[in-house]
Design a protein around this ligand. Structure first.
Ligand SMILES: Cc1cc2nc3c(=O)[nH]c(=O)nc-3n(C[C@H](O)[C@H](O)[C@H](O)COP(=O)(O)OP(=O)(O)OC[C@H]3O[C@@H](n4cnc5c(N)ncnc54)[C@H](O)[C@@H]3O)c2cc1C
Length: 454
């Protein structure tokens, strides 16, 4: 065999698997294959000046490369079983939390010390929310910030790079079953190994589906969350974000009984484009460094869609809606809440008149031409509900960027060790459909590494 263990994907799942294997078995021969660039070469060409919107690079530097989709993220490591994935269903609630704390310790060791850990424990906002039929979820969140998150990744890479073989710009094309292990095919070469950990994240979702089809690994279709990114003056949410940093608030709509939730809250942050399989959606991040902070806070409002039989392609459904916004706006659309409520599009003139400066250059338009009525109604209901705990949320100038889609990978059938029906072939992180966050993906990497080391 060329290697003891081959890891596919150098996102948080792959990185933490590599790190943990080396803690237990420093002599293991490990290779990491990554479709994207090494960290220092990851640059999104959008500079807001010459290049204003996504030019669809062959390898998207936001989604791919060392650090994975999380490299330029806000670096919010949520330590909770309430959201971010269902790892606990496989390994138990306490072990899952213990692993997330372990990941947090490593992040602190590699440059994250001094960053703040926020918690919902004992907060008065829980009562305030429930009084308005809003539900605040429990979590501790370590906010590294985009800048410190990058430094942590730089330091981890420095530590790992001479201990494992990293192959960047090397997408794995196929996984083959060979005698005693697995063959990993890339660029006309087949690398062999005893154990293989697949951690390809969301950007690898289509490839993962193909691998599961080729190897007959059972999968089940998952959900898709569709919504908008809200941007408003930071002062509107300051009472919540100063204490909790991120608040995950859930609301059940009266009419349809759908759940709407706040997601990925970025105090004093910026709204950004995201490219998923060539479709431009919206996301957000923020910086720990006050010099880089903005005057706005942004967060997503997402409506979970669980589509049932005979329909299976929930991601395709989300993609089609995102494509509509790309078709109308050439990318992401932005609309003032006041314009949406009055049934008119936002225009460049109305945007210029607004008392808020958008942090993303998006096309003023009409989200009601893009989002299905049920989803739009749910978002409007939630904005009015949030206005009761954060007055100002429903102001005319609140900006809504669309669409934000959280694609969930189909769930791959694995056992409690996160191993497929093929012994020694593990699927972890967001690519498994089991995790949807930095902390859960990282924890799944540590978990399988310990299993292999044992
Ligand atoms: C802009 C943004 C902000 C975010 N902010 C947060 C946040 O604050 N907190 C949070 O918890 N989560 C956040 N997330 C989500 C978080 O980044 C992911 O949940 C996490 O990165 C998943 O880790 P992973 O290792 O499973 O996959 P990924 O991080 O997606 O890494 C997978 C890697 O595999 C590589 N790959 C794919 N296919 C192949 C192949 N065939 N061969 C070789 N390599 C391949 C990809 O290039 C990628 O680098 C954010 C995501 C984005 C895009």
């Amino acid at each position: 065999m060329n290697y003891d263990v081959i890891i596919i994907g150098a996102g948080p799942g792959g990185i933490f698997a590599t790190y943990e294997l080396l803690q237990h078995k420093p002599d293991l021969k490990i290779a990491v294959f990554e479709a994207g660039h090494e960290l220092s070469k990851r640059h999104c060409p959008i500079d807001g000046d010459k290049i204003k919107s996504c030019i669809k690079c062959k390898s998207c530097s936001i989604m791919s490369g060392f650090g994975g989709a999380g490299a330029f993220s806000d670096g919010k490591y949520n330590i909770t079983n309430d959201f971010g994935g269902t790892l606990y269903e496989y390994i138990g609630k306490k072990p899952a939390l213990d692993l997330m704390h372990y990941v947090d310790d490593i992040n602190l060791k590699f440059g994250g010390e001094g960053t703040k850990l926020y918690s919902t424990a004992g907060t008065r906002f829980k009562t305030l929310c429930i009084q308005h039929d809003l539900h605040l979820l429990d979590a501790s969140v370590r906010h590294l910030g985009t800048d410190i998150n990058y430094i942590v990744l730089e330091n981890i890479y420095k530590y790992l790079k001479d201990k494992a073989d990293f192959f960047f710009d090397t997408p794995v094309e196929a996984i083959k079953i060979i005698a005693g292990g697995y063959g990993v095919k890339c660029k006309d070469k087949l690398y062999s190994c005893y154990k293989c950990i697949v951690s390809v994240g969301r950007s690898g979702s289509k490839w993962m589906e193909q691998v599961c089809r080729d190897l007959d690994i059972p999968t089940s279709s998952n959900r898709v969350d569709i919504g908008v990114r809200v941007e408003l003056p930071a002062s509107v949410f300051a009472h919540l974000t100063d204490e909790l940093y991120e608040s995950k608030i859930v609301y059940r709509t009266e009419k349809y009984g759908d759940k709407v939730r706040t997601f990925c809250m970025n105090p004093k942050g910026a709204v950004v484009n995201e490219n998923t399989n060539g479709i431009i959606t919206v996301n957000g991040h923020s910086y720990e460094d006050p010099a880089k902070q903005t005057e706005n806070t942004n967060f997503a409002l997402l409506v979970a869609q669980h589509l049932s039989e005979p329909f299976k392609d929930s991601n395709g459904y989300g993609e089609s809606i995102a494509r509509l916004s790309n078709m109308l706006g050439g990318g992401v659309l932005v609309q003032r809440f006041g314009d949406l409520i009055r049934g008119r599009r936002s225009t460049p003139g109305r945007m210029n008149d607004a008392f808020i400066t958008p942090t993303l250059n998006a096309t003023p338009g009409d989200l009601s031409l893009v989002l299905p009525k049920r989803i739009l109604d749910a978002i409007i209901d939630m904005i009015y509900a949030l206005d009761k705990v954060a007055p100002g949320t429903a102001n005319d100038d609140t900006l809504l960027y669309g669409v934000e889609v959280k694609f969930y990978n189909m769930e791959v059938k694995v056992n409690k060790q996160l191993e497929t029906c093929y012994p020694g072939l593990y699927i972890i992180g967001d690519g498994s459909g089991i995790t949807h966050s930095l902390s859960h993906a990282s924890a799944s990497g540590v978990y399988v590494a310990r299993d292999i080391a044992n």
